[in-house]
Write a protein that binds this ligand. Structure first.
Ligand code: PLP
Length: 386
């Protein structure tokens, strides 16, 4: 006997019912601004059956991930955990937790992601001020001091690794300036974590965020966030609740801390993947990993020169993780990137914002920061260009 459904099902609309073959994803070499390829063991970790987000085995994994993130960022911050979502979610978490309506936030804009910080801070009611630098350049300590003197902000936000330009903003000395002017320092480490030296505590950074899909070589979807004692103190003195429930660190610390109070259903498989990615990073050691990224990048930059191409950013501030390559006159940048992808399975990025059409963006990050990958791109690019 068949049981009876409580509704008449004959009215199901089948207009959107696709009949598909099982999923097949093309294999690409991801040498763009991200995501980069994930390590095989990271993909394998993600393929495990989920477990409950309050399972003791999962709780232990959460502790491990937090500690490994502290190592990766070189911080002792208690509030250090991945937030669900991509880098933009973690970016939003930093602003949402410490910005109250009317707070003055000064943003150093030297590319596309500085503009995103401006947009987000405004949405949390900040009185947003900006300092601008041309795309490919970085701010000097003197300029930053002048900005702090002029605007007297409660928060200064800088992008450590500006993915739209390939420039590395030096952070040494900025934290001390922020203490002098009694303001918090947020830095964006989306394209630097796991590939470029970072010493958060030594640099006196109060809040930072990153992503999983670049230097950590994990799929996108969980994003590292950290908040130091000065930022926690500001959050605890808020007059208004954090305007984003999902990213409220005051609630999330009850889940990531000892209390283990349910907040949301954690994306457990992504945590498995992140743990494996961070485990691999620790096994390699930060010093070795940073050196590997620098060596691969220098090999790539020399190779570019030998095929007649040049870099957009001065060598002193060039990111090892992301290189902006000048597009030669008369070359259709989009057509080249398309040929690389569709005929050679290699993804590189085009220019963003002010640099659209002028540069390609090449990421040599995490699992892809190796000479053979750089060589594959150089050889193929030369072929496509000639
Ligand atoms: N900040 C920087 C410097 C980035 O490069 C990106 C993304 O590439 C983001 C923030 C935003 O991260 P997501 O795209 O993962 O949301």
């Amino acid at each position: 006997m068949t049981s009876t459904l409580p509704l008449n099902t004959s009215k199901v609309n089948a207009a959107h019912k696709l009949s598909l073959a099982p999923l097949q994803v093309p294999e690409r070499l991801l040498l763009g601004p991200g995501p980069s390829n994930a390590e095989a063991t990271v993909v394998a970790a993600m393929n495990c059956q989920p477990i409950g987000h309050l399972d003791p085995a999962y709780l232990q994994m959460m502790d491990e991930v937090q500690d490994l993130l502290r190592y990766t960022w070189q911080t002792d911050n208690e509030l250090t955990y991945p937030v669900p979502g991509t880098g933009s979610a973690a970016m939003e978490a930093t602003l949402a937790n410490v910005v109250e309506p009317g707070d003055r936030v000064l943003v150093g804009v030297m590319g596309y992601f500085g503009h995103r910080l401006v947009d987000m801070a405004g949405r949390y009611g900040a009185d947003v001020r900006t300092m601008h630098q041309s795309w490919g350049q970085v701010f000097s300590l003197d300029t930053i001091r002048a900005g702090l003197e002029e605007h007297r902000p409660a928060v200064l936000a800088l992008v450590h690794a500006e993915t739209s330009t390939g420039a590395r903003q030096p952070i040494e000395g900025v934290g001390a300036l922020c203490r002098e002017f009694d303001c918090l320092l947020i830095i964006d480490t989306v394209t630097s974590l796991g590939g470029v030296p970072i010493f958060l505590d030594e640099w006196q950074v109060d809040l930072a965020y990153s992503c999983s899909q670049k230097g950590l070589s994990c799929p996108p979807g969980v994003s590292p966030f950290t908040m130091g004692p000065r930022a926690v103190a500001k959050m605890e003195q808020r007059q208004t609740p954090v305007a984003n429930w999902y990213l409220d660190a005051g609630l999330l610390r009850k889940y990531w801390g000892r209390d283990r109070v349910y907040h949301h259903t954690a994306p457990v498989n992504l945590t498995f993947a992140l743990r494996e990615a961070l485990r691999l990073l620790a096994e390699e050691g930060l010093e070795n990993r940073w050196q590997r990224h620098q060596d691969t990048a220098e090999f790539f930059w020399e190779g570019l020169e030998s095929i007649g191409l040049s870099c957009h950013v001065d060598r002193a501030y060039r990111l090892p993780t992301l290189t902006t390559v000048r597009v030669p006159d008369g070359v259709d940048a989009k057509a080249v990137a398309r040929t690389l992808l569709l005929e050679h399975n290699i993804e590189i990025g085009g220019g963003l914002g002010e640099l659209a059409g002028q540069v390609w963006r090449v990421g040599l990050m995490g699992a892809n920061s190796h000479r053979d990958r750089a060589e594959t791109l150089l050889t193929t690019l030369e072929k496509v260009l000639h």
